[in-house]
Design a protein around this ligand. Sequence first.
Ligand SMILES: CC(C)(COP(=O)(O)OP(=O)(O)OC[C@H]1O[C@@H](n2cnc3c(N)ncnc32)[C@H](O)[C@@H]1OP(=O)(O)O)[C@@H](O)C(=O)NCCC(=O)NCCS
Length: 173
Amino acid sequence: MPDGIPRLETDRLLLRGPSSEDADAYVRFYRDAEASHYYGGPLRADQAWKRLAQDIGHWRLRGYGLWMIEERRTGEVQGGCGLLWAEGWPRSELTWWLLGEARGRGFATEASRAVIAYAIRQAGWDHVETHMDDRNEPARRLALRLGGQVIARELFPDGKERNVYRLAPAGLP
Ligand SMILES: CC(C)(COP(=O)(O)OP(=O)(O)OC[C@H]1O[C@@H](n2cnc3c(N)ncnc32)[C@H](O)[C@@H]1OP(=O)(O)O)[C@@H](O)C(=O)NCCC(=O)NCCS
């Protein structure tokens, strides 16, 4: 744990802290307008690098953050998953992004279960929440797969209303 960030392992995945070596994955994700549509993209390479810097800094600022998702079989980065709390936003949220070609294989579900287990068992959180744009159907399906239940409809600081899902710790690995 050279960066102080815990490493989490699942059947197929290694979750580890982000580093400068992940810049290429960030650039590839954010230049794909379709893949990054509900995640603030598309972004230029310099803007994607700032997102990586932000995700690395979040660990220092909050003590938790986003892990890189590596497929153990290949060692390739497939995306990111973790717990983020943007300054000014009401609470933390479980968040995910996968490279376009990494979708539809259950990686986000598998990574999320490990992150929720970490939050509840290691970090002592009471529960984990998430929220997404109403039109982000893959993210909504993912929240439901994770046992998510809508606990509120809230107006967020960006002026958009979103459903807030509470993710059940039941069924953790
Ligand atoms: C949100 C996002 C991470 C969901 O990705 P995803 O690939 O659909 O989710 P998973 O990796 O959990 O894969 C689940 C899908 O793979 C299928 N699948 C295949 N093999 C699987 C396996 N071994 N285990 C579980 N699911 C599997 C599931 O049936 C499911 O497909 P379905 O939704 O069509 O039923 C992805 O769409 C993304 O990166 N979006 C851009 C970023 C974003 O919008 N993030 C959310 C912001 S709020």
